[in-house]
Structure formats: C-alpha cells, structure tokens
Design a protein around this ligand. Structure first.
Ligand code: FAD
Length: 458
C-alpha cells in the first residue's frame, strides 16, 4: 500500500459487519479472522480473492441480508461457489460463499432442483439410478450455477445443446435486495439475462433444470504421443466433417507433470488426447470412432461403453485446486492453415510450456436457439480454443496469448462467457443488442450497482 492509499483509506471506517452477523445464520468473517481463508480461497489458486468480508450463506435469507447490507452501505457483492471461475476484478467488498446452499433434489420424471452451492457430481450421482443425466461440463467438480449462467458447454453439447437452454426456473437475489423467481413467464427479462449473462444480475440461490435420458455413453479419451499430433489432428479434421450430432469431440495437447493420478506413460512429455462422447447406441459409437483409432499408434485407449457417472473420463480435467491462467477464443473455422499455426506454437518441437491446448468442435445442437431466448450470443461459433497455462512457469501466460493471437484470422464473432477469465473481455461475449438488453436489465434490478460483475456492462 502506498502512502497515498493509506491517506485515502485511513478515513474510511470499516462497514459495521457485526450488524450483518446479527442478521445472518451463516458465518460472517472479515480478513484476519480464522474462518476467512477457507471461505474465500478459490479452486483456481492463481486468483486473488480478498474481499473485506465473506458471508457463508446457509439460506436464501442469508444471501438477501448480505445484498441488502451491501446496498445500504454502498458496497459491492460477488458470489463464489467453487472458485473455478474466480476473476479478481469482479471481487467486491463482500463475497457470498454459496457452498451452504446445498439442496439437491432429482425428480425421476426428468428434472432437478439444486441450491447455488451444488457441484455437478451430486446431480450426476443422484440422477444415475433413474437412467437420467444432467448437461454437466468437462468435469463434474464445477459449480452448477456458475456453469449454467455462462451457457454451459459440456461433453454432450452437440446432441443436447447448452445447459442454459434446459433451465426451467432460477431463484435469485437481485442487486435491489429482492428475492425473485425467474421463469419464461415470471420476470422473463431476468430469465433471459441469467442464462448466459453470468452473475451480472444478482446472486442465484437455486436453479431448476431438465435432465436427459442417458444412462450410459460410448466414449472417453484416446491418447497419442505428441509427435503424432500433425497426423492425428489432420485425421480429426477430416473425421469431424461428417460426424453425426450424437458425437461431441475435442482434442487436447497436454504437457502433464509427473504426479499422482497421471499415468506414467502420459507424464513429462507432449501428448495428444482425442475426446469423444457418443450419446447413441454403443455399437454405432464404436464404428464411428474407428477412424481415430487408426490415425496413428495409440498410447492409451480409454474409449468404451460406460455409465454416465464416468463422464469425467472424457476430458480428464483435474479435480484438485491448482493455479491456472486461461486464454481462449472461439473459431468460425479450423482449416489446415490454422492447424499449422497451432502446431508451430504448441506442437512437437515447439517447446510449448502449456499444460493444455484444447480445441472443441461445437455446432450441432449448440448452434440452434433454445426454446426460450437467452443472453448466450455465441451460437455461430464452430470451435472453441482454450489454452491453460501455469502462471508460475516463466513466459507461459504470454506464450498462451500468442497461441490465441495466432488464430486471429479464424476468430468467431463472440466469446464464450464461461471461458472468459479477463473481466475486460466479458462484454465481447455478447452482440450489441444482447449487451444493451443486459445493461437495461441490470439498471432495472440493480440500480445501485451492488452486484460487482454487473459493472462489466456499464
Ligand atoms: C477445470 C475446469 C473445467 C471447465 N469446464 C467447462 C466446460 O466443460 N464447459 C463450460 O461451459 N465451462 C467450463 N468451465 C468454466 C466454468 O463453467 C466457469 O468457470 C464457471 O463460472 C464455474 O462456476 P463455479 O461456480 O464452479 O465457479 P465460481 O468461481 O464459484 O463462480 C464463477 C462465476 O460464476 C457465477 N456464479 C457463481 N455462483 C453464482 C451465483 N450463485 N449466482 C450468480 N452467479 C454465480 C459468477 O459470475 C461467478 O463469478 C470449466 C472451468 C474449469 C476450471
């Protein structure tokens, strides 16, 4: 802190957090208190999350009290469930930790209701006995509300579309300090904005969404030595041209460290994994995948018929917290020239320091509008590019950005909100009309700017 900072902050009294404590059932901890660290530390350990105070909400009423308190004292609030998508610039003075909002009810007739603190794994496990599955993401450790409010593109996306298109209702404490239920017919403007608009409108307390009948799938990951990347990616590009919507696929170039959970044959070298999930009959899924099995000598083949509870084996994302920096963009095309650029920076012999460089094929059901209009604005994206760097590796973040920049000739028009970790880039996830609609809705439901993320749209 500089002398000037001390001068300006010395006169600002701390908010009377004891008042908030008296009104909430959950813990309220200010910086320096014993419970504070565990409540604020995000899954992504590279992100600074240092609010003045954190409220461990145990009910919608606690969230309501936190937002009303913030509004009364001119403070900003941010929700956090897991911290997978934490962004320092969006951390206001008060963090509402939603882990305690842990209700999770799966209805055998095909839908679920969960509290804002619930992660996908709970629903996957509770839905499995009924042969049902949610439209979860690449790893079931991610929080449901954060994922869905950003659209939600999972390993079955080309068959079933975005998770945000399957939402029935959202309960939310808006910045004006009211608890509201948004559905296609109640507060329809909120319902629009909360599906794709991230947490810009308020703090969601509960969400209801449809499940799909998918007891099993055919899929997993097929691993090659990184030296084979040019041949495998060329084969992948050809193969995806006629791939039915029952298939969702991506590839990842990995530099995995030697650590527990990483098979030794995949550690300490460049590898390439082709991810595949087929939602139809397993025999057809196997037949469609044969092309990739013959693309080059295979290091490890984990593609088989599995219960949906094994869905994390498709992307093999990490579960333990780690420090990560993401650079990402969507592509409208992925021609041979784009592959050449990608391999120049991240392929064999490039010395790429990136843990993961991933390209997902989109299209299919993700390209079609859902039943109800939403703020998700990247329907025309054909591919998603994501680079995950470990910020402690010198030059890794800059190199990751260079990879994304090299793809500029093939950039799509709108970013994916869920893969936008730079606050300044979030507005670029929306077209002008959607941004205007979001701004209008924010002004209506959060006139005092209490919800920190809403400021990205100012
Ligand atoms: C390993 C990994 C894999 C991923 N895989 C996918 C994937 O396959 N598909 C995909 O689409 N995304 C994916 N993501 C991105 C992920 O969906 C977003 O980062 C998402 O925001 C994480 O939500 P969270 O609640 O876990 O994280 P948090 O950091 O707790 O929340 C992140 C943001 O979500 C919003 N949010 C969270 N809770 C609330 C609430 N109660 N009310 C309102 N807004 C809220 C806020 O904007 C908040 O800042 C992945 C991220 C990681 C780190």
């Amino acid at each position: 802190m500089t002398a000037a900072d001390t001068f300006f902050t010395a006169d600002i009294p701390a908010a009377p957090y004891d008042e908030l404590r008296a009104r909430t059932a959950g813990t309220v901890a200010v910086a320096g208190e014993p419970e504070y660290e565990a409540l604020v530390t995000p899954w992504n350990l590279a992100i600074e999350v240092r609010p003045d105070a954190v409220v461990a909400a145990t009910s919608a009423q606690d969230v309501l009290e936190a937002v009303r308190f913030a509004r009364a004292h001119g403070l900003e609030v941010t929700p956090q469930a897991t911290g997978h998508g934490a962004i320092t610039a969006f951390i206001g003075e008060i963090l509402v930790n939603t882990k305690g909002l842990d209700e999770c009810v799966v209805h055998p007739d095909g839908w679920a209701r969960v509290g804002a603190g619930v992660k996908w794994l709970r629903v996957v496990e509770a839905a499995a006995p009924y042969g049902l599955a949610p439209l979860s993401g690449s790893v079931t450790d991610v929080g449901i509300v954060g994922y869905i409010t950003g659209g939600g593109l999972g390993p079955m996306a080309r068959t079933y579309g975005l998770a945000s298109d399957r939402v029935r209702a959202i309960e939310v404490v808006t910045g004006d300090g009211e608890l509201r239920r948004a559905t296609p017919t109640e507060h329809a403007d909120l319902f629009f904005a909360l599906r794709g608009g991230k947490g810009a409108l308020g703090i969601v307390t509960a969400i209801e969404f449809d499940l799909v009948r998918q007891p099993r799938f055919y899929g997993g990951s097929l691993w090659f030595d990184g030296e084979q990347a040019p041949a495998v990616i060329a084969a992948w590009r050809e193969w995806i041209k006629d791939l039915p919507e029952a298939a969702t696929t991506s590839f990842g170039l990995f530099n995995l460290p030697e650590m527990p959970g990483v098979p030794p044959m995949l550690a300490g070298r460049l590898t390439l994994s082709v991810r595949y999930l087929w939602t139809g009959d397993a025999v057809d899924g196997e037949r469609h995948f044969r092309t990739m099995r013959t693309a080059a000598p295979v290091l490890l083949d984990d593609v088989a018929e599995k219960p949906y509870t094994a869905v994390d084996s498709v992307h093999t994302d990490p579960v333990e917290p780690l420090p990560a920096h993401e650079s990402a963009m969507v592509l409208r095309d992925f021609p041979a020239a784009a592959v050449d650029e990608l391999l120049r920076l991240a392929g064999p012999g490039s010395g790429s320091p990136q843990v993961l460089v991933e390209v997902r094929q989109l299209g299919g059901a993700t390209a079609r509008p859902g039943e109800h209009d939403s703020a998700f604005a990247a329907r025309d994206a054909a591919f998603s590019l994501l680079v995950v760097s470990i910020p402690m590796i010198p030059g890794a973040v800059e190199h990751g950005q260079r990879i994304v920049d090299a793809m500029r000739p093939w950039f799509g028009s709108r970013r994916l909100p869920n893969f936008t970790s730079d606050a300044a880039l979030l507005p670029a996830a929306y077209d002008e009309w959607t941004r205007a609609k979001l701004r209008h809705t924010i002004r209506r439901y959060d006139p005092d700017g209490v919800i920190a993320i809403g400021h990205a749209f100012a």
